[in-house]
Design a protein around this ligand. Structure first.
Ligand code: ZN
Length: 182
C-alpha cells in the first residue's frame, strides 16, 4: 500500500538541523502517526511522503519555504519585564521559550535578549528559516477511520480509553474526544 490522502502513516524519524544537531525524533517503538494529506504536517513532509510504501526508508531535505517559513524580523519586538510578571529572573534568559496566548492562538515565543527591564522577544517559529534534514522509515499505513477524519487526528489502536490513547486535560483521548461517542 502506498501512502495517499486520508490514510494514517506511522513513521520513525530523526530530524536534524543544518548543523547536524538532532532536533526531534520518533523511534520504531514509539512512532509518530498522522493523517496524511490534511495539512497536519509541514507541506514538504507531506509532499515527500505521498506514494511511499511500508518499509521504505529515505532522507528528506526540506527548505524553509516548505517547512516553517523564513524568519520574519517584524516578529521580534522589545517588551517590558512586566509582561513576564511571575516568572523569576533565572528563567528569563536568552533562548528560553514560553507559550503565549495571541490572536492567532497559542504561539511559542523565544527570549532573544534581556537588557535589564527590556526584553527582546521573538515570535518566529523556533524552526523558521531552518532547512530540515529528515531520516524517515515508513512503518505502517492504514486507512483513517471516519471518526479520525472527523476529529482531524489519529486515535490510538483500540480507540479512546486504551492505554495507548493520547490523554488530554479533558480526560478524553484528545481535545475533541471525551464527549459523545467516546
Ligand atoms: Zn479524537
Amino acid at each position: 500500500m502506498s501512502l495517499t490522502k486520508n490514510q494514517v502513516a506511522s513513521v520513525a524519524y530523526t530530524l536534524k538541523n543544518s548543523e547536524g544537531q538532532v532536533i526531534d525524533k520518533a523511534s520504531k517503538d514509539s512512532p509518530m502517526s498522522f493523517i496524511h494529506g490534511v495539512g497536519g504536517m509541514i507541506p514538504g513532509f507531506e509532499k515527500e511522503l505521498e506514494g511511499k510504501n511500508i518499509g521504505d526508508s529515505f532522507s528528506l531535505v526540506i527548505e524553509p519555504e516548505n517547512a516553517y517559513g523564513e524568519r520574519n524580523d517584524e516578529l521580534t519586538q522589545d517588551v517590558s519585564r512586566e509582561m513576564f510578571a511571575g516568572i523569576p529572573d533565572e528563567q528569563l534568559v536568552a533562548g528560553a521559550q514560553f507559550q503565549a496566548q495571541t490572536d492567532a492562538g497559542v504561539e511559542i515565543i523565544t527570549i532573544a535578549a534581556v537588557n535589564g527591564d527590556q526584553i527582546k522577544i521573538d515570535a518566529n517559529h523556533p524552526l523558521a528559516g531552518e532547512t530540515l534534514y529528515f531520516e524517515v522509515e515508513m512503518l505502517d499505513i492504514r486507512d483513517a477511520t471516519e471518526e479520525e477524519l472527523a476529529h482531524g487526528h489519529v486515535h490510538a489502536t483500540g480507540g479512546c480509553g486504551s492505554d495507548k490513547a493520547e490523554k488530554s486535560e479533558s480526560g478524553g483521548c484528545c481535545g475533541s474526544c471525551g464527549g459523545e461517542g467516546h
